[in-house]
Design a binder for this molecule. Sequence first.
Ligand code: HEC
Length: 246
Amino acid sequence: MIVICKFQSGYREFDLIIILLLLSPLICFSVGDSVVELDSINIDLMNEQRILQGGKNFQQSCMSCHSLNSFVNDRVAKSLDMTSEKMPVWPDDSWNGHPPPDLSLIALSMSPEWLYTYLRTYYVDADRPTGYNNLVFPNTNMPNPFIDLQGKQVLIDPNFSPSKHLGDHALWYRVIKLKEGGSLSAEAFDDYVGDIVHFLTYVSDPSVHERRSMGVWVLGYLGLFIVITYAYFRLVGKVFFKPLKH
Ligand code: HEC
């Protein structure tokens, strides 16, 4: 950025503001705590099975701490029996001032990739009060929710510290490794977390199905309108558009 500003300093201020505005999405996205590259995940919001399974996994692994308050009136929430009475409520001063936040919009405010990588990159760290640290959210106050399912991951290089810059494309599985397996195989565990991420992505924008089914009607209406317009000009419009006789 600094290089660009210097480079542009000969231009008028107005040009500089426009350039800064154009670059602002890049600047925003480059800010983040993660010390590793985020894994990609292909989200298929038409896969209702995965969304429902993710909802069940969420109830099992996350809902003891996290609420989804803006989701309770949704069709999927009703079928999973997620009611507002079942949502946990924490006073602001609980958890040393870091209570588990509501996750209704988390997939929008972070990203599905961030969630997918965050939930799989806990590693043993005796210096943390919970006994675990995280590569995507260093020094997180959230306890590792997956010790039973995933097992224990440890640092490959014991001298690693999360404040170390690893280079832009550090891969998390080059930094930590599975030392003791959990009750799920590595693939089954990735699917388990992937289902939760599908579910949370749906929760952050549940109107996706409605929009798509409405799209068919909108296109149908446009098609019908074209037919009617065409018929109108063929049958009635002909009279109006005849060349005038002198
Ligand atoms: C034992 C309680 C507990 C469980 C279970 C739990 N969390 Fe958390 N979670 C927390 C706490 C506490 C924080 C706040 C961490 C902080 O601010 O450092 C948190 C933070 C988060 C954040 C970061 C939110 C933000 O705004 O930065 C995400 C995402 C998250 N949890 C997702 C999950 C998911 C998904 C599950 C289920 C797999 C889960 N959590 C299970 C306690 C829990």
